[in-house]
Design a protein around this ligand. Structure first.
Ligand code: PEP
Length: 252
């Protein structure tokens, strides 16, 4: 059975003290989190090493990075390698968030390299895809999202693809308060699963978790997560509140 996931993307928010307080709040809420849901937090990179130590006794709470480079080491000032993430025993890393695609010009080839590099080190990529508002309105949004996935992920081996978490995040819904309707989200999630099934078979399609992101919060998570092909959420703003994030994780 595929994993149900609640992943918090803290983005470039919170100073060190605030981030540690939020972590402590989450740890204290342990008994209220559904043990059958994979709970992941992705804080800013400078906090990862300390968080990894603090979470040593709390393995139920998984740690992820927000980004990485694809090389293992070398003259790449400012970058973080999958090897370095692995040395912290991180289990997840976001790849291709729309903010990185748009603001840092990350293209399909670069994202494909990062995905491969993460998988080579046993780190599960949380691969983001999703269309801008003008693409949604132009009605080619389905083809657009499928191409993002095909271009970056379809050269993986089936057993590699099964380890990727796909996050469908319509850009017009990210941080805007405008959530995709359940029907809009389910439509894309089921298309992604069907597309994977066509090239990789039913086993991989049924194993892979496809999560939704875009103004997902406690008020709308239940309805979204009730959809057949939505296996959880990548949560931005709402993950900065421990109680709210916990409520979202209990919305299956
Ligand atoms: C995100 O950035 O991945 C995201 C989904 O943000 P928000 O929940 O704030 O829309």
């Amino acid at each position: 059975m595929r994993k149900k996931i609640a992943a918090g993307n803290w983005k470039m928010n919170l100073d060190y003290g605030q981030a540690k307080s939020l972590l402590q709040e989450l740890i204290q809420l342990k008994d209220q989190f559904n043990p059958e849901t994979e709970i992941i937090i992705c804080p800013s990179a400078p906090y990862l090493a300390v968080f990894a130590e603090l979470l040593n006794d709390h393995k139920w709470l998984k740690l992820g990075a927000q980004n990485c480079f694809h090389e293992n080491e070398g003259a790449f000032t400012g970058e973080i390698s999958p090897l370095q993430l692995k040395s912290l025993e991180l289990e997840y890393c976001i790849v291709g968030h729309s903010e990185r695609r748009d603001r840092f010009n990350e293209d399909y080839d670069f994202l494909s390299k990062k995905t491969r590099a993460l998988l080579a080190h046993g780190i599960n990529p949380i691969f983001c895809c999703g269309e801008q508002l003008q693409v949604r309105d132009s009605n080619v949004y389905k083809e657009f999202v499928m191409k993002q996935i095909e271009d970056s992920l379809f050269k993986l081996r089936p057993e590699e693809l099964a380890k990727v978490v796909i996050a469908y995040e319509p850009i017009w819904a990210i941080g805007t308060g405008k959530t995709a309707s359940c029907e809009q989200a389910q439509e894309i999630h089921s298309l992604i699963r069907a597309r994977i099934s066509k090239d990789f078979g039913d086993k991989v399609a049924n194993e892979i978790s496809i999560i939704y992101g875009g103004s997902c919060k406690a008020e709308n998570a239940k309805e979204l997560f009730a959809q057949k092909d939505i296996d959880g959420g990548l949560i931005g703003g709402a993950s900065l509140n421990a109680n709210g994030f916990c409520e979202i994780s209990n919305s299956f």
